[in-house]
Design a protein around this ligand. Structure first.
Ligand SMILES: C[S@@+](CC[C@H](N)C(=O)[O-])C[C@H]1O[C@@H](n2cnc3c(N)ncnc32)[C@H](O)[C@@H]1O
Length: 238
């Protein structure tokens, strides 16, 4: 029987820049002058907050063809549904968020900041795209981030979807991609990881599971760092 969060779809929940900074172990100063892509960014406020700090971040998601009011209409019930059940699950540690109520405040802060920014940024910093394809040029970005879509939804997206999505993300990324979390909602390391590492089609990439000090979903204190084994050029790591 499942112990973790059971979802019948990919939910529209967004995280803040502070959360991205922690679980991707980002050094924001080192991102200055870099071109960053947030893939499946949804209602996260990372793009809005980062651009306000003077960073160059583009967000992409399959909902960015929708008006802001429609996105709000969809994300508010998703947040309600998740906050009602999450406090009773054994698959979460509450060191950072303390309580479902404080977690809800983070998520509300994220989607409100996102919606404010989306009004002026739809079509420019918020670009529609549906994995496993992305509407960007080869090597367009220095860093791509993927938070809470790949690996965690292992039971909704099959191995081929993961592989094609990673190949596409690495096509548009000049230096590296970071993906988080690499466990499923059952707090178990995603089964696709070892298969991806062994897959001949992935032979040009290096996979590193990098430990961090951030853990909400149990065992999620790692992100996956993907780089080209042979660099396409002299891009410096971020
Ligand atoms: C759980 S949210 C994560 C949002 C954000 N990355 C974060 O961590 O705050 C998952 C997002 O993936 C988007 N999504 C689902 N399937 C997608 C696909 N095939 N391509 C791009 N985005 C997708 C959803 O619209 C949703 O915004």
């Amino acid at each position: 029987m499942k112990q973790g969060l059971v979802l019948d779809k990919v939910v529209l929940l967004g995280r803040t820049l502070e959360e991205y900074r922690r679980y991707f172990a980002l050094d924001l100063e080192k991102l200055r002058g870099k071109v960053v892509l947030d893939v499946a960014a949804g209602v996260s406020s990372f793009c809005a907050e980062a651009n306000r700090l003077g960073l160059n971040v583009t967000a992409s998601d399959s909902i960015y063809n929708l008006p802001g009011d429609e996105i709000r209409r969809r994300c508010e019930p998703d947040l309600e549904q998740v906050t009602q059940v999450i406090g009773n699950l054994k698959t979460y540690r509450w060191v950072f968020y303390r309580s479902p109520e404080l977690l809800r405040r983070f998520r509300e802060r994220a989607y409100r900041a996102f919606l404010d920014d989306y009004r002026s940024g739809q079509g420019t910093r918020y670009v529609w795209g549906r994995l496993p394809k992305l509407p960007f040029r080869d090597n367009q970005f220095d860093l791509a981030l993927v938070s809470y879509l790949l690996f965690v939804y292992e039971d909704r997206f099959d191995y081929e979807f993961h592989k094609r999505s990673l190949l596409e993300i690495m096509r548009v990324t000049r230096v590296e991609a970071r993906l988080y979390p690499i466990v499923t909602f059952e707090a178990r390391r995603c089964a696709y990881l070892d298969r991806l590492k062994e897959d001949p089609d992935m032979r040009h990439f290096t996979f590193e599971e990098v430990p961090t000090d951030f853990e909400f979903l149990v065992n999620s204190n790692y992100y996956l760092r993907m780089t080209m084994t042979v660099r396409r050029d002299e891009g410096t790591a971020v």
